[in-house]
Design a protein around this ligand. Structure first.
Ligand code: IMP
Ligand code: MG
Length: 196
């Protein structure tokens, strides 16, 4: 599996350092908000977007010494050539108890923006007290099809297809501890590649 990786873009130590920093930033901002009459402890809900956000979220929430709950949401993506008008579709239920909560949407990567744009739109309809968007990776604004503001960004990366630390190619490589780029021979022609 590791042999399929042509180049490591971000190694595990750099990821761990940055995730700890993001955790501190989030804890500070959420505590500040709760301290300013924003609600009682326990009003914070992290919403990871499955499956890609799984590894990142597991590490991130353990950096937060804060009373919080988790509600997962699943999204399926379509290849760019699909006839579907939207690039992302809700797969399963959206959590329904987000009204008045401080919500943190977590995803592995902000690419076209269609996934986070859709989830943000649906979550906002429930009138949460606040919504923050936290992504580990962010591709350049030029690739965005939908405008999304990520409040917390781990790393800005070039417009390359990356795997590892939760990110997949064709469902695989999520368990790689580093983030890297696959060798061309590991990418089969004709496969769409990006699972959510
Ligand atoms: P969106 O294009 O911003 O809606 O991102 C959709 C989803 O595609 C993300 O949540 C990722 O799971 C996946 N994705 C986007 N870019 C990459 C990549 O470079 N590697 C692996 N998955 C990706
Ligand atoms: Mg994803």
């Amino acid at each position: 599996m590791v042999a399929d990786v042509g180049r490591i873009l971000i190694d595990r130590d750099a990821i761990a350092t940055r995730v700890a920093e993001l955790g501190r930033e989030l804890a500070r901002d959420l505590e500040h908000e709760l301290g300013n009459g924003g609600g009682a402890p326990g009003q914070v809900v992290f919403v990871p977007i499955l499956t890609g956000a799984l590894v990142f979220t597991a590490d991130l929430i353990r950096e937060l010494n804060l009373k919080l709950s988790l509600r997962v949401v699943a999204v399926s993506s379509y290849p760019g050539t699909s006839v579907e008008s939207k690039g992302a579709k809700l797969a399963g239920e959206l959590p329904r108890d987000l009204a008045g909560k401080h919500v943190v949407l977590v995803d592995d990567i902000l690419d076209s923006g269609q996934t986070l744009g859709l989830i943000d739109e649906l979550v906002q309809q429930q009138k949460p007290a606040s919504v923050r968007i936290c992504v580990l990776l962010k591709k350049p604004a030029e690739v965005r099809k939908r405008e999304v503001h990520a409040h917390y960004v781990g790393f800005e990366i070039p417009s390359e297809f990356v795997v590892g630390y939760g990110l997949d190619y064709d469902g695989y490589y999520r368990n790689l501890p580093d983030i890297g780029v696959l060798k061309p021979e590991a990418i089969q022609a004709g496969s769409a590649g990006a699972g959510a």
